[in-house]
Design a protein around this ligand. Structure first.
Ligand SMILES: Nc1nc2c(c(=O)[nH]1)N[C@H]1C(S)=C(S)[C@@H](COP(=O)(O)O)O[C@H]1N2
Ligand SMILES: [Mo]
Length: 202
């Protein structure tokens, strides 16, 4: 298993520097969902890559579990103004999913889909290069259903609504297509360091 993102010794002094504008640190892990937590049996779980409308690769839970795994520690930032430092995740990098499918990033944009019909858009460049993973474990334990288990997208450098829970697939799209919250006034990109909360934020 590869380990990325080791950042060396940290002291409480660096916490302010790691907190984006308008955010406050929490040690809790709040649960935020648009609807109820879906019940997904591992036997019914699958993960599909699509290019436009066309499915190009699909994994069962067993097949997905055989993909190369990566661990990393990252800070996460929710648009509701909490940030949480040093969260520890394990899963499969989007790079490794693409490699397993024999694909180079097919288009410039991606729409992540949840089993709850949630969607969120992310530029494909923000998902590759070791930045994003499909996480199946948090803090050394299988990801809890309320936090998106069996598997969620994790794009820690963008606001947390981009990290789709109960991930069912990634769809590569030619255009930047707004997802669930982006259609309801949230920012198309969502960089916490630039406070891109709403669609009229620069
Ligand atoms: N499938 C799905 N993913 C989702 C959501 C959702 O409602 N459905 N909510 C998003 C929002 S708004 C946030 S802030 C984070 C919250 O993740 P958490 O509950 O693990 O803190 O999940 C995001 N991913
Ligand atoms: Mo959110």
């Amino acid at each position: 298993m590869a380990t990325r993102g080791f950042t060396g010794r940290r002291t409480p002094d660096d916490h302010a520097a790691r907190t984006p504008p308008g955010q406050a640190l929490t040690t809790d892990f709040p649960v935020l969902s648009a609807g109820p937590t879906p019940k997904i049996a591992l036997a019914d779980w699958s993960f599909t890559l699509k290019v436009g409308p066309r499915p190009v690769a699909r994994w069962s839970w067993e097949e997905f579990s055989a993909l190369p795994r990566t661990s990393y520690v990252r800070d996460i930032h929710c648009v509701t103004t909490w940030s949480k430092l040093d969260t520890a995740w394990e899963g499969v990098l989007v790079d490794d999913v693409l490699a397993a499918a024999g694909l180079a990033p097919p288009t410039g944009f991606t729409l992540a889909h949840g089993f709850d019909d949630y969607t969120t858009n992310v530029p494909t460049a923000d998902l590759v290069g070791g930045k994003a993973m499909i996480a199946t474990a948090y803090d050394g334990a299988p990801l809890e259903p309320d936090h998106g288990g069996p598997a969620r997208l994790l794009v820690p450098h963008l606001y947390f609504w981009k990290s789709a829970k109960w991930l069912s697939g990634l769809q590569f799209t030619e255009r930047d297509e707004a997802g669930f919250w982006e259609l309801r006034g949230y920012h198309m990109y969502g960089d916490p360091w630039r406070e891109q909360r709403y669609d009229d934020d620069a």
